[in-house]
Design a protein around this ligand. Structure first.
Ligand code: CUA
Length: 322
């Protein structure tokens, strides 16, 4: 409806229309209420101005129905805003299962993106159209905020943990990327472009040269940092088996059950003592300060890529006889 109206950036994602509808509703409601208040203010100021025969104010008892109206009507409107906003918020948080993962790091003052197949880019991001894309992000220094105005989505990027954001672009073309959190001198220069492409074009772009997939780069780091000396494919050794770990529920020594998601794996690398898997000694050294954000994401991609553990023959037999 407002596509050519210059107040709004282009709408190029599945949620853009929903976000704008809510925003317009809030603006109209607050605008109309403000206008009514101003009109009433001027009307009463003139009507009840001080006159020589009316020096003292008279108390007025407003009708009960009027009092009810100004409590009940705004309550209904506010609850409506809450429900609408809550619905949209949850919709924006729920990442579709078929989303394509892209990893990103923010730093003073650039955005670095890496695709699972290994392609890297700085301040540009190539994505396919009509496909949900999930971005896993961390910051290498201070707080940044990744903002795609045309997709109506934004997330703060923190130095201490992973955040995620998703969108599904609905139109091919190039759209702005901004940093939306003041992060130092060149904050205003921390900008870029997202290029939305046809899926076939995206595949062709992906195929154009890279240094191996993120998972294979992660595997090299896994060996470089000697992770493989403890985390072997056999659980009797010093570290837990990592194959098939991602996304599973894991029991800790203190009885807690946690999900092995991005943040759990990140914490286990940087601060291994924070959560110790039940049945294992707390012997892992910290890799804080040794592994940078980009390498962490590669290790994460490698751990994610490890499939189900290969079951020893006995277990398989037990399963069959069950
Ligand atoms: Cu990064 Cu502002």
């Amino acid at each position: 409806m407002f596509d050519d109206f210059p107040l709004w950036p282009e709408r190029a994602s599945t949620i853009a229309g929903h976000v704008d509808a809510l925003f317009i509703f809030l603006c109209v409601v607050t605008g109309v209420v403000s206008l009514l208040i101003w009109i009433a203010l001027f009307y009463f100021a003139i009507k009840y101005r001080r006159r020589p025969d009316n020096e003292l104010a008279q108390e007025i008892e407003p009708p009960k129905i009027l009092e009810m109206a100004w409590v009940v009507i705004p309550t209904i409107i506010f609850l409506g805003m809450f429900v609408w906003g809550g619905w949209l918020y949850f919709h924006m948080q729920a990442v579709p299962a078929n989303a394509l993962d892209i990893y990103a790091t923010g730093r003073q003052w650039m955005w670095k993106f890496q695709h699972p197949s290994g392609q890297r880019e700085i301040n540009t991001l190539h994505v396919p159209v009509n496909r949900p894309v999930r971005i896993v992000l961390a910051s290498e220094d201070v707080i940044h905020s990744l903002f795609f105005p045309a997709f109506r989505t934004k997330v703060d990027v923190l130095p201490s943990r992973y955040r995620t954001l998703w969108f599904e672009a609905t139109k091919t073309g190039s759209y702005h990327i901004f940093c939306a959190e003041y992060c130092g001198t060149l904050h205003s220069g921390m900008v870029g472009w997202v290029h939305v492409m046809e899926p076939t074009e995206y595949q062709r772009w992906l195929a154009g040269g890279s240094e191996g997939s993120m998972a294979s780069q992660g595997e090299q780091l896994f060996q470089k940092y000697a992770c493989n000396t403890c985390h072997t494919s056999d659980s009797t050794t010093r570290g837990p088996v990592l194959a098939g770990l991602f996304g599973k529920q894991v029991q800790m020594t203190d009885g807690r059950i946690v999900t092995a998601d991005e943040n759990y794996i990140r914490e286990s690398i940087l601060n291994p003592q924070a959560k110790i898997k039940a049945g294992f000694p707390p012997i892992m050294p910290t890799f804080q300060g040794q592994v940078n954000e980009e390498d962490l994401l590669k290790l994460l991609a490698y751990i994610r890529s490890l499939g189900e553990p290969t079951l020893p023959a006995t277990t398989t037999t037990t399963k069959v006889t069950k």
